[in-house]
Design a protein around this ligand. Structure first.
Ligand SMILES: [Zn+2]
Length: 217
């Protein structure tokens, strides 16, 4: 499936100095979902093969406030640090992806069910009538095409995300695991991601064997 591109009127680019260094910020309004998303770019992208890329779903609680019940904030940090280490890459930050696309109010409702009734991240969504995953990765594919990226090394543990990007025409040359420390706070969430959503999280076995939260493999 080929997507329509992003119109010039819907993109703005400028340098963005951050505590990690100076990125090119590419803000764009997606023609399909209407949300405003952001790509942080380091180095050249046009014509690049095997470019290190993270496609990150917005998580206000984890990314901004450092919530420990999910690993989103740690993954965001680790991905940006990997791109800076490499000196080249793109982080696509997708808005409208809260709670795998159900929104912030719904996500916090699922937190309450998880805390009070012990449901996992999947059952707490379906018990409330929400879909398990509503995310559209089309905007990520469109901005990578806009940037002229030819193929990516995708930092992700989520095999479904690879399939979704490929369905939108992105060539995923390889996958780079993005394993963050399991803790007492996120272990239930990570285990559900592995067992219910098919994420590849081999370091959880080591954590279970030692009886404590272990670091990434
Ligand atoms: Zn999160």
């Amino acid at each position: 499936m080929r997507d329509d591109g992003i119109a010039a009127a819907d993109v703005a680019e400028a340098d963005l100095v951050t505590r990690r260094g100076t990125f090119r910020s590419v803000a764009f309004r997606d023609p399909s979902d209407g949300n405003e998303h952001l790509a942080l770019v380091l180095g050249e992208t046009r014509g690049r093969e095997n470019l290190l890329v993270r496609v990150h779903s917005e998580c206000v609680t984890g990314d901004i406030f450092g919530a420990m019940r999910c690993e989103c904030g740690d993954q965001l940090d680790a991905a940006l640090e990997a791109i800076v280490r490499r000196g080249n890459g793109v982080l696509v930050y997708l808005r409208g992806h809260e709670g795998r696309g159900i929104g912030l109010v719904a996500k916090v409702r699922t937190h309450l069910l998880q805390d009070e009734h012990g449901l996992d991240t999947v059952d707490s969504a379906t018990a409330l009538g929400y879909p398990v995953d509503e995310r559209d990765f089309g905007p990520a594919a469109r901005v990578l095409a806009y940037l002229g990226v030819r193929s990516v090394r995708l930092m992700s543990n989520n095999l479904d995300k690879i399939r979704a990007l490929e369905a939108h025409g992105i060539v995923v040359a390889s996958r780079v695991p993005l394993l963050v420390q399991a803790t007492d706070h996120n272990i239930q969430y990570l285990t559900a991601k592995r067992d219910r959503l098919g994420h590849d999280l081999p370091h959880l076995d080591a954590a279970a064997r030692t009886g404590s939260a272990g670091g990434p493999a």
